[in-house]
Design a binder for this molecule. Structure first.
Ligand SMILES: Cc1cc2nc3c(=O)[nH]c(=O)nc-3n(C[C@H](O)[C@H](O)[C@H](O)COP(=O)(O)OP(=O)(O)OC[C@H]3O[C@@H](n4cnc5c(N)ncnc54)[C@H](O)[C@@H]3O)c2cc1C
Length: 388
């Protein structure tokens, strides 16, 4: 969507984020990816500008803006060429705090949110488990009441940021799974990631090496009543309220990464001469790029539509899932078309396309797979019977 269609506040925010992200070159991201180094300089630039607290209410030191604004900022980050190496680093200050903003006690909000907005508190998000998969009701990490506190044991997987995070938002079982109400009986804790009680092991993965993902083995981690987010037994419901906004923003990150790839590809297609003509003059090269332009902009409109509904307090489930599905697909296809445009050089790291291509693949898998987005649409938009 062109900047002219945005409000003044949004246009200013976009220009600010774009300017900050432009200070970090493709070579910076290449090096962070090669060395698997966390992009602290990038995070510091965004925290100094106050952008990490885009969704944090003003009374807790944030900007108190909506999902539309958060989505626009993260689109700019990804579109700068930072891809998910930059977007995930910022994303984890913006989204995991959601349940605390909406369901945390006043004491917890005072204690946590100003530090998050200032970039002083990095958190991890521990929901996924190796044996539960997409069926979160099957998690087995449990919190047991012992005297006046809770003791938490179990295992999480894919926990982003756990190498450096000081705290973890942790979904646990506090009552056994009941087939009649499988999503009840789970409790959300926001606890220090105590290294004496948690073993963190990095997962070597296809892309986004700069932002770590981990296995976390938890043995007797202590949680207090003050660490419980919202109500005991209602943890999954508290998480649900953050799922739609997160998917909207991820859709915009996927659009951003696709736009970055498209920009690199069109520059290359204008300059690279083969058989006496720039390759961009060949329709076999131009049309996939043109198709990607159309698909990315259509996905972006769906995401902004979903964001507008959400920010007005209106139902937005189908639009959100459609946006996530379309953007994940369009983002990866744009990176793939960009790679093809570069011919053999697309395979070389120094052209930066292969990093974006590897990173863009993630949006089809996490935080929710394309299949689960389509399951949602089958059931909720089309009224078909639930298939699982
Ligand atoms: C890089 C990365 C970072 C991540 N970060 C975090 C994080 O910080 N915190 C966290 O908690 N999690 C995180 N995740 C986990 C992510 O959310 C899960 O990988 C994702 O939810 C899919 O779960 P799974 O891998 O167990 O797949 P599975 O549930 O095992 O699914 C395997 C395949 O089966 C398909 N499938 C399953 N059920 C159905 C069905 N009913 N109908 C159709 N198809 C189905 C899925 O779509 C998928 O293609 C991350 C993952 C990655 C890769």
């Amino acid at each position: 969507m062109s900047d002219e269609a945005l409000t003044d506040v949004q246009r200013e925010l976009v220009a600010h984020a774009r300017g900050l992200a432009a200070g970090f070159s493709l070579d910076y991201w290449h090096e962070k990816d090669e060395k698997a180094e966390y992009p602290w300089e990038f995070v510091k630039a965004f925290s100094a500008a106050g952008l990490l607290g885009v969704l944090v209410p003003e009374q807790y030191g944030g900007l108190g803006l909506g999902v539309t604004e958060a989505a626009l900022v993260l689109r700019e980050v990804a579109a700068s060429g930072a891809g998910t190496s930059g977007a995930s680093a910022i994303h984890f200050y913006v989204f995991p705090p959601g349940p605390i903003i909406h369901h945390g006690s006043d004491e917890m909000k005072q204690r946590v949110l100003p530090a998050v907005a200032a970039g002083e508190l990095l958190m991890a998000f521990g929901v996924t488990e190796p044996t539960a998969g997409t069926d979160t009701s099957r998690i087995t990490t449990r919190a047991v009441r012992v005297d006046d506190h809770w003791e938490i044991s179990g295992q999480k997987v894919w926990t982003t940021n756990a190498q450096n995070a000081s705290h973890i938002l942790l979904l646990t079982r506090t009552s056994p799974r009941d087939d009649a109400r499988p999503l009840d009986g789970m409790t959300l804790f926001f606890v220090p990631l105590d290294r004496e009680k948690c073993t963190v092991r990095v997962i070597h993965k296809l892309g986004r090496a700069a932002v770590d993902s981990n296995e976390v083995f938890i043995d007797g981690l202590i949680g207090t009543d003050q660490d419980v987010v919202g109500e005991v037994g209602q943890g999954f419901k508290h998480l649900l309220s953050g799922l739609n906004p997160e998917r909207i923003v991820l859709a915009m990150e996927a659009v951003g990464i696709g736009l970055a790839a498209l920009r690199l590809a069109t520059d290359y297609a204008k300059q690279r001469v083969v058989f006496d003509h720039p390759i961009g003059s060949y329709q076999a090269i131009a049309h996939p790029l043109a198709r990607s332009w159309a698909e990315l902009h259509a996905a972006e409109l769906m995401a902004l539509h979903a964001a507008a509904l959400f920010d007005q307090g209106l139902p937005c489930g189908p639009e959100t899932n459609a946006a996530k599905y379309l953007a994940a697909d369009a983002g990866f296809k744009a990176c793939d078309a960009a790679l093809q445009t570069h011919g053999g050089f697309g395979y070389a790291r120094e052209y930066h396309i292969e990093r974006l291509w590897r990173e863009a693949r993630l949006f089809g898998l996490a935080p929710v797979s394309q299949e689960m987005a389509l399951n949602y649409l089958s059931e909720r938009a089309l009224g078909l019977p639930k298939s699982y």
